[in-house]
Design a protein around this ligand. Sequence first.
Ligand SMILES: [Ca+2]
Ligand SMILES: [Ca+2]
Length: 177
Amino acid sequence: MFTLISKVVAFLGILSFVKAYSINPYIEEGIPENANITTDPFVKIGNGYYYIENSQTVNWYTAYHSCRKLGADLVTLENQEELKALQEYNLTSGFYWTSGSDLAFTGKHVWFSDAESISSDLWLPNEPNNADCNERCVLLSVANTLADSGLNDVTCSRNTSFICESPTPMTASFVIW
Ligand SMILES: [Ca+2]
Ligand SMILES: [Ca+2]
């Protein structure tokens, strides 16, 4: 990819030198709405890009491996807005692995993908409770209402669906005139 971009930049440099074109590079986050570019297998929900796995249920580790194979991570919920966007999307009500865990430090729940603490307002009532001292991985429970949706710590060996989150794509374009 880097080589390709280097070639394009070099070509545009030559073009501007030879023809005296004015070339303005433009880089932005995300993909423009009118761009005819597929994001498959990721779907855009709110401001993020997600892969939702409903057809198989696996433990937390296998779910993470599956996301990494797609160049993504298990989903990280930044705030209530992201939870709301996912809850309102046409998800089958149910349970999905997130990247959250307290595997590094018991009782300190962080998003594995960026090591940020999990916001306290995302948990379901009375969670995380580390039931039977065996709940280290964080599950997203999606219900029909936002109020009943949220996070729960459960055992990492539980088999369940999962959601991967892609890094935000960047769009690079050039205006030539
Ligand atoms: Ca996120
Ligand atoms: Ca729990």
